[in-house]
Design a protein around this ligand. Structure first.
Ligand SMILES: [Zn+2]
Length: 68
C-alpha cells in the first residue's frame, strides 16, 4: 500500500496514466477494474477514485445485508 515512484504507469488495461497508488491487485480486481495478473496493481488518480467508489459501495451493501 502507499505511494508510487514517479514514472510508473497505471495497471488498468487501456489506461497508461501515471500511477499514484499501489494496491493489492486482488482487491482492485474485486472492485471490477481490469488489471494484469501481477500481485500489485498501480492505479492513476482517476482509477483510484473509481476503486474507492466501488469499494465504498460494496461496504454499504454489506452493511445493508447485515441489517436485513
Ligand atoms: Zn488509470
Amino acid at each position: 500500500m502507499g505511494r508510487v515512484a514517479k514514472g510508473v504507469k497505471c495497471s488498468v488495461s487501456s489506461c497508461g496514466g501515471e500511477a499514484m497508488r499501489s494496491l493489492s491487485a486482488e482487491k482492485v480486481r474485486a472492485a471490477g477494474l481490469k488489471v494484469g495478473s501481477e500481485r500489485r496493481a498501480y492505479l492513476c488518480k482517476e482509477h483510484y477514485k473509481e476503486y474507492k467508489k466501488k469499494t465504498k459501495k460494496d461496504k454499504q451493501l454489506e452493511q445493508w445485508r447485515y441489517k436485513a
